[in-house]
Each structure stands twice: as C-alpha cells, then as structure tokens.
Design a protein around this ligand. Structure first.
Ligand code: NCD
Length: 306
C-alpha cells in the first residue's frame, strides 16, 4: 500500500522537523525545486467545498513543476451516480501519482487509502481530522515562535466540530509542557475522544473556559475557528452560537505583545477585520506557509529527492 496521511500522527516528530526544513529551503530557493515533480500528477478529489486547501495543494504541485486534475464538488463527480469512494480512488490511481481528498464523512479518506495504489492525503474528513492544516499551523508556529515546547495554546470557537482543532491538539501533545486552554460555549466543547482519551489519559494540562477575555493575557498562541455551520443539526443553534466570540481591537489590547493569532480560515465574524493589520495577526502568513509545507509533503510522499 502506498504511504497515506490520514492523521497528523502519521508523521513522526522527526519527519515533521525534516518537512519543515525542506519547506524553509523551498521558500529560500524556489528555483531549485521548480522542476522536481515534472511529469507527476496530483489529483484533488474534493467532495466538500474548499478554497484554500484545494488551491494550496494545486499551487504546491504546480510550483514543483507537476500537473493537477480533479473535481471540486461531489455534484461534479460520479458520486452523483452512486459511485463509491473506493471505486473512485481505484480509478484515480490509474490517472495520478498522488491525491488529496476531502469528504464530509469521517473516515472517508481512510476507505480510499485502503483501496488506493497511490499516496492519499486526507484534506479533511468531516469533523474528524485535517493533517495538512496541522502541518500549516505547526510550520507557522515554528517559523514565528521558534519551537513548540512550553507554549500555552488557546483554542477558541467551535471545538466540537472543528477538525483543524482536533488534529492540532493531537500533534501538539507530542511536545514537552504544552498547555491548552479551550475556549468555547458549552455546546461546542472538545469531543470526549480528545478530552478523555487523549488529554486526560496522557496527563496533558488543559482548562476549559467560556470567556475569552479572562484567559487572553496568558496565551502564547490564540487559534481562532469559525462555527462549523455545515455540521450543525439545526440552523437555530448555529444562529445562536455563530457570534459567540468576536476578536476585536479591544480584546487584543488584553493579550501579550508576543501572542500570535492563527486561524485556519475561512473567517466569518469571529475575527474583526480591524485587527488584520496587527503584527500578531498572522493568519494570512499562515496560508503561505501552508503551501510550502504541502510542497515538502508531496516531495516526501513521491520519494523525490532534490
Ligand atoms: C478548515 C477546514 O476545512 O476544516 N479550512 C481549511 O482547510 N483551511 C477550517 C474551516 O473550514 O473552518
């Protein structure tokens, strides 16, 4: 079976270091990598909407000299005719060398990986995992903070359905003395498979609070997330919760001068655009790091040495 990336834990701490080094090298010497994937094809199989992740994968492959093909909604694929993910991936394995897949159902990428002849990267499966967003987040933290140890990381918003949060927690618990503060309304707290099975089991320090203002001064990283409308069972609950947190200038005044604000994007209302110019607001820089770390991952999974 080709090597597939389903969760951030599929990449070891050592491999992550090496991916981040490669990504940094690509940023500094793009010409060196411009033909590295010539003749190779990346397929993007997106059954769920995406702007950043899909285009970031495509830009990454194009900048490596490769080509891309794929679909960007379930409606434009044979899923509408009833084709299974397992069959689609068998077909795509004939066309492409590597694939990134996003699907609304948890575990869909794993089903694909089991049947695939090419490396499959999970680009988001329902509310479950999103490992390359985590690579993006880690790369941003590493580039701007230098390391992961001893950080106090606040995660705010929809911690129940937000797959980027679940993946980032899984990756960060591997570093010494990382503390978490989870900031969410009661209804959107982290799922028990993260709280009980991962954090409590491994004695990781964490707190769960509802008020952002109270904890802001103690944070090194604030990871903001949008309320995941598409995963709610009813619109009423979404409307009640969607504006629970809005990070604005007044709140940023409570935070340390060294705190970084990350967001996987898209942002809805949870970060006011008035803080976009604040040097601590790094969510657009984060997008740039995302493309470079995906380039490094593609090279690794295709066993291309530059
Ligand atoms: C995230 C996702 O799809 O989970 N977006 C992304 O990949 N950058 C976050 C989100 O949609 O809220």
């Amino acid at each position: 079976m080709a090597r597939c990336i389903m969760s951030p834990l599929d990449i070891t701490v050592e491999e992550l270091e090496s991916l981040m080094d490669t990504a940094m090298d690509i940023m500094g010497n793009p010409d060196k990598y411009a033909h590295a994937c010539e003749g190779k094809i990346l397929a993007t199989l997106f059954y769920e909407p995406s702007t950043r992740t899909r285009l970031s994968f495509e830009a990454a492959m194009l900048k490596l000299g490769g080509k891309t093909l794929g679909f960007h909604s379930a409606d434009s694929s044979s899923a509408t005719k009833g084709e299974t993910v397992a069959d689609t991936i068998r077909v795509m394995s004939q066309f492409a060398d590597i694939c990134a897949m996003r699907h609304p159902k948890e575990g869909a990428a794993l089903v694909a990986a089991e049947k695939s002849g090419i490396p499959v990267i999970n680009a988001g499966d329902g509310g479950h995992q999103h490992p390359t967003q985590t690579l993006t987040d880690l790369m941003t933290i590493k580039a701007l903070k230098g390391n992961f140890e001893n950080l106090t990381v606040g995660m705010c918003g929809d911690l129940k359905f937000g797959r980027t949060v679940h993946s980032l927690i899984k990756a960060l618990v591997r570093y010494a003395n990382v503390k978490f503060i989870f900031i969410s309304p009661k209804e959107l707290m982290i799922p028990s498979y993260i709280r009980d099975d991962l954090l409590i089991q491994n004695n990781i320090a964490f707190r769960e609070v509802t008020k952002l203002e109270d904890v802001l001064p103690s944070l090194d990283i604030l990871y903001m997330t949008r309320v995941q409308r598409e995963r709610f069972f009813n619109e009423e609950d979404y409307v009640r919760l969607k504006d629970f947190y809005i990070l604005d200038k007044k709140k940023m005044d409570l935070a340390s001068q060294h705190m970084l604000v990350l967001h996987p994007l898209p942002r809805v209302n949870e970060i006011s655009s008035e803080i976009d110019g604040d040097p601590r607001a790094v969510y657009f820089e984060q997008v740039r790091y995302g493309m470079y770390i995906r380039m490094a991952l593609i090279l690794k999974l295709l066993n291309v040495n530059v």
